[in-house]
Structure formats: C-alpha cells, structure tokens
Design a protein around this ligand. Structure first.
Ligand SMILES: NC(=O)c1ccc[n+]([C@@H]2O[C@H](COP(=O)([O-])OP(=O)(O)OC[C@H]3O[C@@H](n4cnc5c(N)ncnc54)[C@H](OP(=O)(O)O)[C@@H]3O)[C@@H](O)[C@H]2O)c1
Length: 301
C-alpha cells in the first residue's frame, strides 16, 4: 500500500484529505509541529524553523503533499507576520527537499498547495489562467516564491504539481464558517462594492484533485483548483443567504470598516480575481460540485 505524507495535515484541507485518501486505501502519515498520536494514523514530528524532521517520515513515503503554512487570514499582516507567512511555506518546503535528496527512498510525486492569490487581487472581468505571470502584491510574491521552492523538486527529477487553490468551502471551518455568522444573524450583505470575484471550491472536489494529481502521471506543473462557476462576492453572499433562508441586505458593508480592522489583509475580502478551471477540466477532472447552489446545499443540508 502506498504511503502519502502530508505536511500541515492537521489543518482544514489535510483533515479532509486524510479521510479521503484512507477511504481510497492509501496509508497516510502526517508531519506536525505538535504531533498528537492517534491509533489509526502515523504522525511524525518536524520543526521547519529549527530544520528538524523525523527521518522515518521521508523514508516511508511514496508521495508528499505539502500543505504546511501559517494561516493567512488569522492576523494583520505586520512585517513579522508576512515573514512568517512566507517562511512557513518556503523554508518547510526546502527542508522537505533536503530530506528527500538526502534519502535513498525514491519519492514518486511532490504536490504543493498554492493559492489563487498568485494572480493578485484584481477586481475585473479578466479571467486568469495558469500561464499568466504572478502579480506583484504580497500574496502574488508569496505564491511565486512558494511555487519556486516546489519547482526545485521537479529540477531533482520528481514529478511536481502545484495546486492554486481558491476559497475552500467546508461547513464548519475556514472562510465559509466566518461568512455564515452575519448571514445566520440576518445581516447578510456584500462587502465593499461586491464586484470582487470569489474563486471557490468545495473541499471534496479539492481532495479529489489532490488524489488525481497523485494518480495521473500526465499531471505536472500548476493547476487552478477553483469551481467553474464564477461568482462575485455579492452573488456568493446572496446565494448563501438564500440557502440559509435568510434575508440579503443592501447597502453593502463599506470597505473602510474592513481596512480599519484588518489593514492590507482586507484585500483578500475586498478584491478578487476571476480564475479559470479550464486546465484541470481538460486534464479530465469532473467537478462533483461545479455550481455554487449545489455546493452550499450539500454543505448545509
Ligand atoms: N483553506 C483555504 O481556503 C485555502 C485556500 C488557498 C490555499 N490554501 C493553502 O492550503 C494549505 C492548507 O490550508 P488549510 O486551510 O488546511 O490550512 P490550516 O487549516 O491553517 O492548516 C495549516 C497547517 O499548517 C501547519 N502550520 C501552521 N503554521 C506553521 C508553521 N509556522 N510552520 C509549519 N507548519 C505550520 C499547521 O500544522 P501543525 O500545527 O500540526 O504543524 C496547520 O494545521 C495552506 O498552505 C493554505 O495557504 C488554503
């Protein structure tokens, strides 16, 4: 049975992915800074800040999925926080590469998370594709360096895939869990001018894309993991309010309130690019939840 090692596998995506991989018959092991042993799961310790990693983690693995990284939406982006956001992704990836190249085990595939932030936060109707260059803002630069560190696996002869992920929809965690609070209280309304796109993906589709990346030997390079149904923040919030049987209000929540509270981090809510899912569909992936109504109904039924 092949083993998949997931860095940062204790988080939102990792938890769902672990369950899905096990369902498919894979052995799963996690890398965590705070390993809490579980009966049915091997959890190895690592500390990328100190370049420490349990050597057994790498020698037993056929595939690595690199999800580790400080959450970008938790705190204001101070200079210190920006450094941590970048380094927690790049230095941890570099540590994985050093461990893989210093090990006799032949890793089959390296898959790294990335984000649609690669294309910047640009409110327009332009659709961004994988071949577009990275944007020059903080998230664009972070994703560029994050992906460059993943590319070093490819340079070492290991098939490498980068999954540029949109907002992951899951019922109890992540962005959606925060968005439903005002909506459930009956105060749902768009943010800023509401025209910013919100590329999204149901967590189950995202896990299936990771599994396809493991199994489909033709997949290499960057793929956008976003549903084909492009929605603006206004359309998204309106749909969410409808599904939850709540009113949708005008006017919108003004931008300055978010800017005062969150500083530059508010860009992830107030601006947003429109992103294509064409490449992953052409690679043969069939979305289980291609449209927003079905995705939200599934999560909140
Ligand atoms: N969720 C989304 O909507 C979304 C969208 C686009 C991209 N992504 C990307 O996908 C990846 C996984 O997302 P997620 O939502 O599952 O994230 P998450 O729930 O925040 O989990 C990330 C995991 O990374 C580890 N981590 C945190 N700080 C770290 C540090 N300083 N050094 C090393 N590891 C650290 C933690 O594991 P331990 O505490 O066990 O070490 C944590 O469980 C992230 O890189 C994220 O940026 C997520």
């Amino acid at each position: 049975m092949d083993t998949v090692l997931i860095s940062g596998g204790t988080g939102l995506i990792g938890t769902h992915l672990t369950a899905k991989l096990k369902e498919k018959g894979y052995n799963v092991a996690l890398l965590s800074r705070n390993p809490v042993q579980k009966a049915d799961l091997q959890i190895y310790h690592w500390d990328p800040g100190k370049s420490e990693i349990d050597s057994g983690a790498i020698s037993d693995s056929d595939y690595i999925i690199h999800l580790a990284g400080v959450n970008i939406g938790e705190r204001r982006w101070t200079r210190e926080r920006r450094k941590l956001i970048l380094e927690s992704r790049v230095k941890s990836g570099d540590l994985l590469l050093r461990s893989v190249t210093g090990n006799s085990n032949k890793l089959k595939v390296f898959i790294s998370a990335s984000a649609v932030g690669y294309y910047g936060a640009v409110t327009s109707d332009k659709i961004f594709y994988e071949e577009d260059p990275p944007w020059g803002d903080f998230l664009g630069e972070t994703c560029r360096k994050w992906e460059e560190s993943a590319d070093r696996f490819e340079e070492n002869g290991i098939r490498t895939i980068k999954i540029r992920t949109g907002v992951v929809l899951s019922s109890h965690e992540g962005v959606l869990a925060k968005m439903i609070i005002p909506v459930k209280m009956g105060f749902g309304s768009a943010i800023g001018n509401g025209n910013q796109y919100m590329p999204w993906i149901h967590v189950e589709d995202l896990c299936n894309i990771y599994i396809k990346a493991i199994e489909d030997v033709k997949m290499r390079g960057a793929y956008n993991a976003v549903a084909p149904d492009h929605r603006t923040n206004k359309e998204f919030t309106k749909c969410l309010a409808q599904i939850l049987g709540q009113p949708f209000w005008f006017p919108n929540i003004p931008s300055f309130a978010f800017r005062m509270l969150f500083g530059e981090m508010s860009d992830i809510l107030l601006k947003g690019s429109r992103v294509s899912s064409g490449k992953i569909i052409s690679a043969g992936y069939n979305f289980k939840f291609p449209d927003l109504e079905n995705a939200l109904n599934n999560l909140f039924q």
